[in-house]
Design a protein around this ligand. Structure first.
Ligand SMILES: [Mn+2]
Length: 191
């Protein structure tokens, strides 16, 4: 069973997150941040992972702590659910359009964190600071041990830009965690 549950409580956020990499996209997401809920729901649907998230955070400050800490928990759950990573495809890349925008994402489940984020997301999406998209993916990549490359081939509406990035990320996750052999996909024998 490639599942994990993470419980994380700090002075800034109180989070419970569960992930099933072999799900059907079922989701129940309540982060206290409407736009993040929207992104995580579509992440579940397009990756095929089941995802439950409950976050109570200090949104009276702003959304930064909640977004970053949910990213940390998703990364930790992802790493834990994958276990020794035996048999996974490991690499994936996708270009996903959304109307006038197109996002390009490549990822490697290498055991090493790295985020390359070549997008300028600045401004507000409703009450959401668009720059938090990068914070989310940095937190995920750091705690999942994933190399994550994200860029926008075409920009436009901020909501569309973020959504294209999350969808491309979701499809890459789906492709990279797919079981495609009985071996650990590394010349070192360890991931
Ligand atoms: Mn939308």
């Amino acid at each position: 069973m490639r599942t994990a549950e993470i419980v994380r409580k700090t002075r800034e956020t109180d989070i419970r997150l569960s992930l099933d990499l072999d799900g059907t996209g079922k989701n129940s997401v309540d982060t206290g941040v409407g736009f993040l809920n929207h992104m995580l729901e579509l992440f579940a649907v397009h990756s095929g992972a089941d995802l439950q998230v409950k976050c109570v955070g200090d949104t009276e400050v702003d959304y930064h702590h909640s977004v970053e800490d949910v990213g940390i928990c998703l990364g930790e759950a992802f790493c834990k659910a994958l276990g020794d990573k035996r048999g996974i495809a490991r690499f994936a890349d996708r270009v996903i359009p959304m109307d006038e925008c197109a996002a390009q994402v490549a990822l490697d489940i290498s055991g090493r964190p790295y985020l390359s984020f070549c997008c300028k997301l600045e401004g507000k999406i409703g009450t959401f600071d668009a720059e938090l998209v990068e914070e989310f993916f940095r937190a995920f990549s750091s705690h999942a041990g994933v190399n994550l490359y994200m860029s926008l081939l075409r920009g436009g509406n901020l909501h569309h830009e973020a959504e294209a990035l999350f969808k491309a990320f979701a499809k890459c996750v789906q492709d990279a965690v797919k079981i495609s052999s009985d071996k650990i996909p590394s010349s070192k024998g360890v991931l």
